[in-house]
Design a binder for this molecule. Structure first.
Ligand code: SAH
Length: 457
């Protein structure tokens, strides 16, 4: 039995020590963990306990007794309402350090691995305007058009133009769209009744080619005055190379429907990671921070230490971005991924880049990888980039049976990565170096790339 030293409704003084997975502050009373919203490491606070559970409690700040030296004013006026960024009020250098510490402590506590080299987090020089994809809900309140974001934990649209982590040009696009909706009094979607036409606007921007795609999501097939909308958007923002109507008539939280109609220009825009080209359509998955994606993949490539003769497995390959990146330096790359559409994109992008030394398989990694192993395929280097829950045990076992020289583990969740590194350690793979990369500044997300060596190498 854990002794619970706090009581609901009581007040306590403590110092915030860390942040949790959603950016909330973490403090302790007699070793008992308390989660405190809006608490920043090194804030000295008076809190009131709002909820007590077996292993932790929740508290709210009553007073900040002494402000943390890392507490800064968020640059965004709606930081507290929005919830898109969770830690914009923490100094950026400190954000990077917190992310490194999260990785390090997961490896030590969960992975039970000692003496592992964890590098400082690779951050952005200017940690703003980095996202290449934005989606804004459209609605109305008392006859006024609202385009912006949903208030934290609700579906109430807050009208705001200018998200700081998005490309600045989004503001212009939203201005044009809003004026158009007002001029023609076009209806907007009401989630409760399922009526009204305009649901969302989604933009995709290639920082490399400068091309922009605008997707208007409608609850119905016709879009009145669409030629005028096209004319206004392209006149104001000549970088727009594609305007697509996406039809979604379902009563659902899913933003995009299945049907796309190109209203203007190309069906797809081109984006680049390094020298590689990728075709992006409204429904394609693509990494959202192109600057840091490059940093992450360069690190993965460095850790893979390819000399040109290797067979590489890229497990959980998505649209094959890492596979293609590595294929430039390897003999052969096999990519494995569960989503059929992603594999179709991977094959198309391989062709687009003339990389014929790649092969992609659709299916669950835990089934496909053992099958390929049984068929006699082997890997010199294995890359895994699993979803948040980490790698399936069967995948790890099969990787070890393949006996590769190196494994490069790309992770979006330190705790599951640490669990898997421990398993791989038991299977004969030593964790050598760990590099956190800040893919999503001002959010609590931590991305990591780790290299493991076979014990005998
Ligand atoms: N490496 C890619 C994306 C990795 S995200 C990139 O850098 O862009 C993790 C991927 O794992 C997702 O594409 C997801 O669809 C896929 N995935 C999830 N569960 C899977 C499973 N059981 N088997 C294979 N792929 C899976």
């Amino acid at each position: 039995m854990v002794n619970i030293p706090v009581e609901e409704g009581n007040r306590y003084k403590l110092t915030i020590e860390d942040i949790g997975d959603s950016g909330e502050g973490i403090g302790r009373i007699e070793g008992f963990t308390i989660f405190i919203n809006d608490g920043i490491p090194e804030d000295k606070v008076l809190i009131e306990i709002t909820k007590v559970k077996k292993n932790y409690a929740m508290g709210k700040i009553i007073e900040i007794i002494e402000k943390s030296p890392f507490r800064i004013d968020p640059v965004c006026a709606v930081f507290h309402e929005c919830g898109g960024c969770q830690i914009q009020n923490i100094d950026y250098e400190k954000q990077l350090l917190l992310k490194k510490n999260k990785v390090k402590s997961s490896i030590e506590r969960i992975g039970k691995l000692e003496g592992v080299l964890v590098h400082d987090t690779l951050g952005m020089e200017i940690p703003f305007a980095y996202r290449n994809k934005a989606q804004f809900p459209i609605g109305k309140e008392n006859g006024n058009t609202l385009i912006g974001f949903y208030e934290k934990g609700t579906h109430k649209i807050v009208d705001i133009n200018g998200c700081k982590i998005q490309h600045e040009i989004n503001s212009k696009i939203l201005d044009v769209l809003k004026a158009f909706i007002d001029t023609h009094n076009i209806s907007t979607y009401n989630e409760k009744t399922g009526k009204g036409l305009l649901r969302h606007v989604l933009t995709r921007i290639s920082y490399a080619s400068k091309d922009i795609m605008v997707v208007i999501i409608t609850n119905g097939k016709s879009l009145p005055f669409k030629d005028e909308l096209i004319q206004k958007l392209t006149k104001e923002i000549p970088e727009i190379k594609s305007i697509v109507q996406n039809i979604n008539t379902k009563k659902t939280n899913v933003i995009l429907g299945r049907e796309c109609r190109t209203m203007y220009g190309q069906d797809k825009i081109l984006d680049y990671i390094g020298d590689l080209k990728f075709e992006i359509s409204p429904l394609s998955f693509f990494q959202v921070n192109p600057f840091q994606t490059r940093v992450l993949y360069d690190k993965a490539l460095e850790y893979a230490k390819l000399e040109g003769n290797e067979t590489v497995f890229d497990i959980y390959c998505g649209i094959g971005t890492i596979s293609l990146f590595l294929a430039q330096k390897a003999k052969k790359v096999y990519g494995i991924e569960i989503i059929d559409a992603a594999i179709k994109d991977a094959r198309r992008n391989a062709k687009l880049n003339n990389l014929s030394n790649t092969e992609f398989f659709v299916g669950k990694a835990e089934e496909v990888v053992p099958k390929l192993y049984k068929e006699g395929l082997r890997a010199d280097v294995v890359i895994v980039d699993p979803p948040r829950k980490g790698c399936d045990r069967e995948v790890l076992n099969t990787i070890a049976s393949m006996n590769p020289k190196r494994i490069v583990y790309v992770s979006c969740k330190p705790s599951t990565m640490a669990r898997d590194l421990k398993i791989l350690d038991e299977l004969g793979y030593r964790t050598v170096e760990v590099q956190p990369v800040d893919m999503f500044p001002h959010t609590a997300h931590v991305e990591t790339v780790t290299v493991l060596y076979r014990q005998d190498s």
